[in-house]
Design a protein around this ligand. Structure first.
Ligand SMILES: [Zn+2]
Ligand SMILES: [Zn+2]
Length: 247
């Protein structure tokens, strides 16, 4: 058994008993718990601490899915323990199902970004702003390129720490030059950065796989999203495309 992963899983499980709002379950932890009897035993213990006498919840994707969005909201707005106590079946299932843990990580990232105000729901924004916007540049990176890059980076950079952004695509058009870079953060998630020179007043619409983010450029001409789950980057299905739009 991978003991590092055991330690991480123990720490994540125990966060359930705290007021932490940090999403704890991840696909790699779920993969581990599914195989590790020690971590499974700790999951039972934590449940017992949280809700004494409660039955072991039904372990099912559809039961989990029905309440996943509500679980994420409560997790981010209140705490890990409040969400787990209100939706123990979701909490339970996310520790051992990699598919649902991945959906959870992505949903939590998007919901967190919305709360931080860096993401506005696209349909509304499209309806109200699309007419006034002008696309001044586009950047695209194919899914295989993203996956290969992230996997190689993971192999090389065992030590987490500050890393420099790496340019994946660049372009020039109409007097502007653009760059799309990615940077691995100390917690293993990724930051995606778009820069435009000279700076413009506008937004970058960044699509990673099926998730779309809309981020304003700062006065230096940089738009960025943080906390992109590594799974979203290396699953080999996620292209990154960017549309740079001046207001
Ligand atoms: Zn373990
Ligand atoms: Zn599931």
């Amino acid at each position: 058994m991978d003991t590092t992963l055991c330690f991480r899983t123990h720490a994540a499980l125990l966060m359930t008993l705290t007021r932490s709002r940090q999403p704890a379950q991840t696909p790699d932890i779920a993969l581990h718990v599914a195989r590790c009897s020690e971590c499974q035993a700790l999951r039972v213990y934590v449940l017992e601490q949280l809700l004494p006498g409660v039955d072991i919840p039904t372990d099912s994707c559809s039961v989990c899915d029905a309440d996943l969005a509500a679980y994420v909201d409560m997790h981010l707005d209140q705490s890990a323990s409040a969400a787990a106590a209100a939706y123990p079946h979701v909490w339970w299932h996310l520790w051992s199902c990699t598919d649902c843990a991945e959906i959870f990580a992505q949903t939590a990232t998007l919901a967190g970004a919305e709360r931080a105000g860096i993401l506005s729901p696209l349909p509304t924004a499209k309806a109200t702003l699309a007419k006034r916007r002008r696309v001044i540049g586009r950047l695209n990176v194919a899914p295989q390129v993203v996956a290969r890059f992230v996997q190689t980076r993971a192999l090389l950079g065992i030590a987490y720490g500050a890393e420099e952004p790496v340019v994946l695509d660049e372009g020039e058009d109409d007097g502007y030059s653009f760059q799309l870079s990615v940077q691995r953060e100390p917690d293993g998630t990724w930051k995606v950065l778009v820069s435009v020179v000279p700076p413009v007043f506008g937004v970058a619409v960044i699509t990673i796989g099926e998730s779309t983010f809309q981020v304003s450029f700062d006065p230096q001409g940089i738009a960025q999203i943080s906390g992109v789950p590594a799974t979203l980057m290396h699953d080999g299905r996620s292209a990154i495309s960017v549309s740079i739009e001046a207001l």
